[in-house]
Design a protein around this ligand. Structure first.
Ligand code: OOG
Ligand code: MG
Length: 277
């Protein structure tokens, strides 16, 4: 009963236990095998959960991956309702998670992947997390339609807020469509969003679902970065959050999302694989 032993250690909340929890999540991701929720075997504060997340991302970086940006989660009411969680969360995305636009990903790498249409911002400047001016438009250079693949490392895709934070907010993959300079794109506050699988519309929505306006994601990211120890640097990508509920991602399908005025972004899932969790 290794799990029980680890759980007993984790109850104290010391760093070595949080290290153990991060390793379990890292193994779950590397082997595409679902694990029980951490909070089913131990208690975790939100702060401890973010520590686990930073340790977990550290495993990727130690293997040669690089942090490419951050993502927000639960910025849309549809997503929050779908997952039964209602606080905005932040996670890290890495180069290794990026799928080129129109490229292919392999469903065998995931446990029970889902896909959701998003908007991405490109940071043109370093963002000082201590700076609090309400206008943070200067920080973003370009905007693009994006897709996010989320894959909870927990069984049945079920978790508490602390679980999903520890699991790097289910981050698993992302695709960025064509960047458009912010000045050219104009106001992206209420653009139609369509998600297609094999040419059939499976979700429709509006960019307004993202915190009322995806622009608010920039200030939200700055606030979350300050509270939870993230760095926002020029050149980083900010995934603003899902515009609709996420849909299961099956082997062999072609996915495309269109954001009105911003264009399309897509990927293809390789045939084979299946649900491991
Ligand atoms: C957590 C990730 C949520 C979003 O855009 O709301 C997220 C999850 O639902 O597993 O990425
Ligand atoms: Mg997302």
């Amino acid at each position: 009963m290794r799990a029980a032993v680890n759980a007993a250690k984790a109850v104290t909340g010391d760093t070595s236990s949080l290290t153990t929890l991060a390793s379990r999540l890292d193994d779950a991701q590397s082997t595409a095998t679902a694990i029980p929720q951490l909070t089913s075997i131990t208690s975790l504060t939100l702060e401890e959960a973010y520590t686990v997340q930073h340790l977990l991302v550290g495993h990727r970086v130690a293997r040669g991956d690089r942090v490419s940006g951050v993502k927000l989660g639960f910025t849309s009411r549809a997503k929050a309702r779908q997952m039964g969680v209602d606080d905005v969360i932040i996670g890290s995305i890495t180069r290794g998670m990026e799928v080129p636009d129109g490229g292919q990903t392999d469903s065998a790498a995931y446990i029970h992947p889902r896909i959701e249409p998003e908007v991405a911002w490109l940071l043109g400047q370093d963002v000082d997390a201590d700076e609090e001016s309400p206008d943070i438009g200067w920080a973003v250079e370009a905007v693009a339609p994006a897709l996010e693949i989320i894959d909870s490392r927990y069984r049945d895709f079920r978790f508490t807020l602390e679980d999903v934070v520890a699991d790097n907010t289910s981050a698993a993959g992302y695709v960025i469509g064509p960047w458009q300079p912010v000045a050219v794109a104009g106001d992206v506050g209420n653009r139609g969003v369509g998600l297609e699988i094999d040419g059939r519309i499976v979700q429709t929505g509006s960019t307004a679902a993202i915190l009322g306006h995806p622009y608010r994601a920039v200030a939200a990211a700055r606030r979350m970065a300050k509270t939870h120890g993230f760095t926002l640097r020029a050149g980083m990508v900010l995934l603003a959050g899902a515009a609709t509920a996420a849909v299961p991602l099956a082997a062999g399908v072609r996915v495309q999302s269109t954001v009105s005025g911003l264009g399309c972004v897509g990927l293809q899932v390789a045939p084979g694989g299946g649900d491991h969790g």
